[in-house]
Design a protein around this ligand. Structure first.
Ligand SMILES: Nc1ncnc2c1ncn2[C@@H]1O[C@H](COP(=O)(O)OP(=O)(O)OP(=O)(O)O)[C@@H](O)[C@H]1O
Ligand SMILES: [Mg+2]
Length: 614
């Protein structure tokens, strides 16, 4: 990186997080400036004649006109390399722990610290040798950063040539591990590199791959009904207290991604505090290792400077892309993108730009689109050939819970999955409060087929006998969604005429949908067993309830009164079996019990040939 000599200007105006200065003639848009005596970090966002405007990523209280502004010649970049995982960074990539140690918990202004630790020596194992040709994106070696993730070291952008030498052993991120020669040019490669955060990684046109593998989340309403593929995008809008944060935490904990980037953007500090205190105690269900070993947390809470909210989103995405380029599946969660949009609105207001809808700048839809477009599954450039994916999930907090507002509307234009949080469901403590009639996943078809594959992959050990049976998942899913749709109609009739006046074939629809809502859709994040539901168990539960519904409907068709079905003692058990620590074994037992009870009813009413389940 070329660092120009410091150029010094003078502050003339301060308006919140936006400052105006003059005196640096060759200043450029996007340049990082150090503002005031303390050297607060800012970025140039507008230049007009001899004046320029910068947004400042730190608290500007106390700044005065006349103070100096230094041009640094640098851009806003992310420092990438071993040491990212297991870390908590602020909105411009500074480790919070380090800032605290340097300045104490309160004063955090003007602190210049590196993202990556400089004191740790990582063991670098090369995968290339002297004489090999290397190009940008090639993997040249690995570092076992944590037990869960092996960090792959890549050739940075712009470097290609022949490996002159390569070292194996323990080095810090500052020490060269490889020398690349190209004619008379020599490049020393270290384990760290810098990527600009505001531009996506360049890809060859055929670099994007179709989205077909589901991101398994262990949340039934998502995996079974509204799945998100690896590399997909999802919006989770919901009013105050409808469960956005809890859901994002659940996804961060349980998703089967290799690396998780969690951005706390403008939300309450105590929510981030929960993450910080709770995550280190949690174990990854896939590896049994601490979850933090695969997690990067970015915290820019509501008490932190507003402009850094804006940058925190880009930092997070860039870190996500970096791990994706190593050939990993990465999942990124942002809570909440509304606060990010509000930061844009605030800065835009201070720039006195012409506002568009509800005061948001006219470029809001472009920014939202650019953010979600950085998701995807790609063939990564460089050797060896590898694929990686970046899944982006954004919470949206529409004011008053009304989805008819710019941030929600534009987000839904650019995301493939919509998990609609519903205030009524949340009010009646039905969590996750994802409305099954309003939500959708445009990928439901695409991921369904591999869903069946991953079913056998994840459940081989536990299932055994299930595996050899016909799956029929798609059929069960469809029956369940149809049932929920019909139940909504029947409910509206029942509200008028009363449930007892409904014909029996409609009452069974209501009962079966109640079982499905209570026993399947409802899933407490705080239940030790049910917080995570593996995919095989999801299928068993769904099958249990749909088989019950189909058989009960048939019996009712053939003359059994609804009340007789409703008196079955297994109904209550169906609603609770999800919490049984014995898992699938308990479901199987219950399904046999139900079969016995149905046979008993059939005998009582002299009905023959009823087939219960498959
Ligand atoms: N999956 C869940 N299981 C159990 N309880 C939940 C679940 N989701 C939400 N809750 C309950 O709802 C409360 C509010 O949830 P949460 O804080 O996630 O809402 P939010 O949408 O992020 O709210 P805000 O708009 O204030 O940020 C939680 O404290 C918890 O009691
Ligand atoms: Mg929240």
């Amino acid at each position: 990186m070329v660092i120009k000599l410091a150029r010094i200007g003078k502050l003339v105006r301060i308006s919140g997080s936006v400052v105006e200065a003059l005196g640096i003639e060759d200043i450029t848009i996007g340049e990082i400036v150090e503002v005031g005596e303390e050297g607060l970090i800012g970025e140039v966002i507008r230049i007009f004649e001899d004046r320029f405007t910068a947004q400042v990523y730190e608290d500007t209280t106390g700044l005065k006109p006349g103070e100096i502004v230094k041009g640094t010649g640098k851009r806003l970049e992310a420092e990438l390399g071993p040491g990212l995982l297991n870390n908590i960074l602020d909105g411009i990539g500074r480790p919070l722990e380090l800032i605290k140690n340097l300045r104490g918990p309160y004063i955090t202004r003007g602190v210049k610290v590196n993202t990556l630790p400089r004191n740790i020596k990582w063991y670098f194992t090369p995968t290339v040798k002297e004489g090999d040709e290397v190009a940008p994106g090639d993997v040249v070696g690995t570092v076992k950063e944590t037990e869960s993730v092996t960090h792959r070291i890549l050739i940075p952008h712009g470097i290609r040539g022949e490996v002159a030498w390569v070292k194996e052993g323990k080095y810090t991120v500052d020490q060269p591990i490889l020398l690349v020669k190209n004619g008379t040019n020599e490049y020393e490669v270290t384990m760290k590199q810098y990527w600009p955060i505001r531009v996506p990684r360049p890809f060859e046109t055929d670099g994007r791959l179709p989205l077909e593998k589901p991101l398994i989340t262990g949340q039934r309403v998502i995996d079974t009904f509204f799945p998100i593929p690896k590399g997909g995008t999802a919006a989770i809008p919901g009013g105050f207290g409808t469960g956005k944060t809890v859901m994002l935490h659940q996804l961060a904990k349980w998703s089967d991604a290799k690396v998780v980037v969690y951005i706390g953007c403008g939300e309450r500090g105590n929510e981030m505090c929960e993450v910080v205190t709770e995550f280190p105690k949690l174990k990854d269900p896939y590896t049994g290792r601490p979850l933090m070993e695969r997690t990067v947390l970015i915290a820019n809470t509501s008490n932190m400077p507003v402009a850094a909210r804006e940058s925190s989103i880009y930092f997070g995405v860039t870190i996500g892309e970096y791990f994706r380029d190593q050939g990993y599946d990465v999942a990124l969660m942002a809570d909440s993108t509304s606060r990010w949009a509000e930061a844009m609105r605030e800065v835009s207001g201070r720039l006195e730009e012409m506002p568009a809808e509800m005061g948001y700048p006219a470029y809001l839809p472009d920014r939202i689109a650019e953010f979600y477009e950085r998701a995807g599954r790609v063939k990564v450039p460089g050797k060896p050939s590898r694929e990686g994916s970046l899944t982006i999930i954004g919470a949206v907090s529409p004011p008053g819970g009304d989805f008819n507002e710019p941030v929600t509307i534009h987000t839904l234009r650019f995301t493939g999955v919509f998990w609609a949080l519903d205030a009524d469901l949340a009010y009646s403590r039905h969590f996750p409060a994802i409305n099954w009639l309003k939500s959708y996943s445009i990928h439901a078809g695409a991921v369904a087929e591999p869903w069946a594959q991953s079913f056998s992959q994840y459940s081989k050990k536990i299932l055994g006998w299930w595996e050899r049976k016909h799956m029929g998942f798609l059929e069960y899913r469809k029956t369940a969604l149809d049932l929920l749709g019909e139940a909504a109609e029947v409910e509206s009739i029942a509200r008028v005429i009363g449930e007892a006046s409904l014909p029996d074939e409609q009452r069974i629809i209501l009962l079966a949908s109640e079982i499905l809502k209570e026993g399947f859709l409802r899933q407490s994040a705080f239940d030790e067993v049910d917080s995570y539901c593996e995919i095989g168990k999801q299928f068993c539960l769904l099958k249990l309830m749909i088989d019950f519904y189909l058989t009960a409907s048939e019996l009712i068709d053939r003359g059994v009164p609804f009340e007789r079905v409703r008196s079955m003692p297994q109904i209550f058990k169906m609603m609770r079996v999800k919490e049984d620590p014995r898992g699938i074994e308990a479901i199987r037992e219950l399904s046999l019990e139900i079969r016995g009870e149905f046979q008993k009813i059939a005998r009582e009413y002299g009905i023959e040939g009823v087939v219960v389940g498959s």
